[in-house]
Design a protein around this ligand. Structure first.
Ligand code: ADQ
Length: 472
């Protein structure tokens, strides 16, 4: 649909701009969503509204990119309340089934409202400068923006996509500002989630907190003022073709050869995550320890490589998690490193450049994706595509509490809350015969290639444009 005559302009609003400051100046930030959006935004006179992340001098555009940028500057107090506070310590844990206790702080809420107002003002301004625009708002940081924009531009087409789960109504209802948040979202024409479960949770939460203000009919929510809001489930995906070509490139091949050398003769289990308490890293380590305890024959023959990208380390819960993870790894390595031998847990506390990360994906005999809850989990999809592209036979062990589990049904599913059971699932995974592993990988990879991030994006934009735009 890119460049079609009926194409409308896109104004995207996200917490962060799609650019980052590097020693060589401002550059496009890495990441599947940004890469996928770039050509579509360029073809449609796109504008991106986002926080500059505290880096002064964010440009209005990049020479390498025909997308307008509208940087939002925030004072330190606003960053504290809106971002570290309400977004990361209230909404993030709440929307992740309260696996950590959400903190409710009225001051943070005030900052969240103010900053959402700033984003909405910038969006309204951007909308006024383009033809036939659609507004596409991303994620939990900006849930009030749809309603705020609707109040000023009632006829605009507005979509919202939530990248994280929506919890059961009983959990959502704990939020003191629960009605304000859902009213904010209902300013959109379309509100989308990764899975049917999250979508239904949202619809039920609206009923629970708004009562007679909304009526659910099918996937639609009918509001008292006559507006109809569509809800959809639209699982996000990855740029599968790009990963396939990167993982089969000579530099990734060289990386893989080196890793094979390093881990020769050992079965490699892999974990790749942001260091976040939702990702089940502690449970994974405990399960690995339990496995080494009960299977003496595996000691010295199996290794866990845990790659963890630092995340939100200005938040206490994240610093505590890092301490726990590092203490546990120390304990496991202390207990099970053979005299004169290599450690059973390799721990890399950093982000890796793509070719290195893909080398690990291609190397691993099993990827352990064990979140306690996760909106989708793109790492699982990246692994499947990388393995299939390199003719691997790695097994995906996948938590049933990830959005990805609904699509990747051929994975070895697990319940990470059951640590002994998880150890058993890892054991099972290692025993699956090679032909079945290959079959499972191929089936899952085909599904991901068919529904890649470009397909997802097309669906999202068409849904926001709605039937009226299509007819014009
Ligand atoms: P995240 O919680 O950040 O995203 P995820 O979907 O797994 O989780 O995406 C992580 C991305 O970071 C992947 O593309 C991965 O390659 C990259 N990454 C992870 N560890 C890395 C490392 N050590 N080095 C380099 N890169 C690394 C949120 C939600 C998810 C949802 C996505 C997209 O929490 O549930 O899938 O948004 O909607």
């Amino acid at each position: 649909m890119t460049g079609s005559p009926r194409a409308s302009s896109i104004v995207a609003v996200a917490n962060r701009l799609p650019v980052q400051r590097t020693p060589d100046g401002w550059q496009l930030a890495p990441g599947g969503l940004v890469t996928a959006l770039k050509p579509v935004m360029e073809a449609r006179d796109g504008t991106w509204v986002g926080w500059d992340g505290g880096n002064r001098g964010a440009p209005g555009h990049l020479p390498s990119m025909r997308i307008g940028l509208r940087p939002i500057r925030l004072r330190p107090g606003a960053v504290e309340g809106f971002y570290h506070g309400f977004s990361n310590r209230t909404l993030w844990p709440l929307l992740h089934n309260a696996v950590e206790r959400p903190v409710f702080d009225r001051g943070w809420w005030t900052q969240y409202q103010e900053v959402n107002g700033r984003f909405a003002d910038a969006a309204v301004d951007a909308l006024a400068h383009v033809d036939r625009p659609v507004l596409w708002v991303q994620d939990y940081h900006l849930m009030l923006v749809p309603e705020l924009v609707r109040a000023v531009r009632p006829d605009e087409r507005i979509g919202f996509f939530l990248h994280v789960p929506w919890p059961a109504p009983d959990i959502y209802a704990r939020l003191p500002w629960r009605a304000e948040i859902v009213r904010g979202l209902l300013g959109a024409d379309v509100v989308s989630f990764h899975t049917e479960r999250y979508r239904k949770n949202f619809v039920r939460s609206c009923g629970r907190v708004l009562g007679a203000e909304v009526t659910a009919r099918g996937g639609d929510l009918h509001l008292a003022d006559g507006r109809v809001v569509r809800t959809t489930s639209a699982p996000i995906s990855i740029d599968a073709a790009a990963i396939r070509s990167a993982v089969t490139s000579p530099s990734a091949g060289a990386e893989l050869a080196e890793l094979r050398d390093q881990f020769a003769g050992r079965t490699v289990l892999l974990g790749v995550d942001r260091l976040d308490y939702t990702k089940g890293i502690v449970e994974r380590l405990l399960a690995f320890e339990a496995l080494l305890e009960r299977r003496k024959d595996l000691r010295g023959r199996v290794v866990l490589v845990q790659i963890a990208v630092p995340s939100r380390d200005d938040v206490q819960e994240y610093r505590d998690l890092r301490d726990t993870v590092e203490r546990l790894i120390g304990r496991i390595n202390g207990r099970f490193t053979p005299t004169g031998g290599d450690v059973p847990v390799h721990y890399l506390y950093r982000g890796l450049p793509p070719e290195q990360l893909y080398g690990y994906y291609a190397l691993a005999d099993a990827l352990l994706v064990t979140p306690l809850i996760d909106g989708m989990n793109l790492v699982a999809k990246e692994f499947v595509v990388a393995q299939a592209a390199t003719g691997g036979d790695g097994v995906l062990v996948l938590s049933e509490f990830t959005g990805a589990a609904e699509e990747l049904r051929e994975a070895v599913q697990c319940n990470p809350f059951d640590v002994d059971g998880l150890a058993g699932r890892i054991e099972t995974a290692l025993e699956v015969a090679a032909p079945s592993r290959r079959r499972a990988l191929r089936t899952m990879a085909r599904r991901i290639h068919r529904h890649d991030v470009h397909a997802w994006l097309d669906e999202q934009i068409s849904a926001i444009e709605g039937p009226t735009t299509a007819a014009s």
